[in-house]
Design a protein around this ligand. Structure first.
Ligand SMILES: *[C@@H]1O[C@H](CO)[C@@H](O)[C@H](O)[C@H]1NC(C)=O
Ligand SMILES: *[C@@H]1O[C@H](CO)[C@@H](O)[C@H](O)[C@H]1NC(C)=O
Ligand SMILES: *[C@@H]1O[C@H](CO)[C@@H](O)[C@H](O)[C@H]1NC(C)=O
Length: 172
């Protein structure tokens, strides 16, 4: 009895595995992420900070909430809007500026309109390439896993506004 049951379980697995394996694919997404902290219409706002955050060289303890535009090209003004990065980032480095990023890339245009990718990871913003984990997704990105690489495109030290190139590699 037990071995017959085991046989059917193995048979079921054998017929399921090749299908899931062969339908999986890798997608490369490239978008520019715009962190607008200045001006009358910021898309990145501080919501909490520690008593020591203002005197910290690394802004340790500040919590930002973002709804940042994601564009196809590097210009916020003239590039096509592909979606929004919604979530939060936290200055989590006491001695080095290192952010904990928690965000959904929500696509609102193009072939991924309606789908999203969830990204979580450490972002040491003055490092040339920062790698974060893709921990999931929705829509066409169901079952997603992968990684994202961030490279600073522009940083305005006066205003704090930044544009970052994100290359996201997703298996889904
Ligand atoms: C820290 O700086 C912010 C923004 O300049 C200010 O609103 C806040 O009151 C300051 N907090 C402390 C504890 O000094
Ligand atoms: C984008 O547009 C704003 C206002 O419309 C302007 O102040 C800013 O200089 C422009 N930025 C670029 C990079 O063109
Ligand atoms: C994205 O999808 C929504 C819902 O299906 C639709 O209303 C919208 O027009 C689409 N946007 C673009 C730019 O295709």
């Amino acid at each position: 009895m037990a071995s017959a049951a085991l046989f059917f379980v193995l048979l079921a697995l054998a017929t399921m595995l090749p299908q899931t394996a062969s339908s999986e694919k890798e997608t490369h997404l490239k978008v520019y992420w715009h962190d607008v902290v200045s001006g009358p219409n910021p898309t990145s706002v501080p919501v909490a900070r520690a008593a020591t955050t203002n005197t910290s060289k690394t802004a340790f303890g500040v919590v930002m909430v973002i709804d940042n535009p994601l564009t196809e090209g590097g210009s916020l003004n003239s590039s096509r809007l592909m979606g929004r990065a919604q979530g939060t980032y936290i200055a989590a480095g006491k001695d080095q500026l290192a952010l904990l990023m928690l965000m959904n890339f929500v696509f609102t245009a193009g072939e991924y309109n309606g789908s999203s990718v969830a990204i979580m990871g450490r972002n040491a913003v003055f490092t040339e390439v920062r790698e974060m984990a893709v921990v999931g997704g929705t829509g066409v990105f169901r079952w997603a896993r992968g990684y994202a690489q961030a490279r600073t495109h522009t940083l305005d030290l006066k205003t704090g506004d930044a544009t970052v190139e994100y290359n996201v590699f997703v298996m889904h």
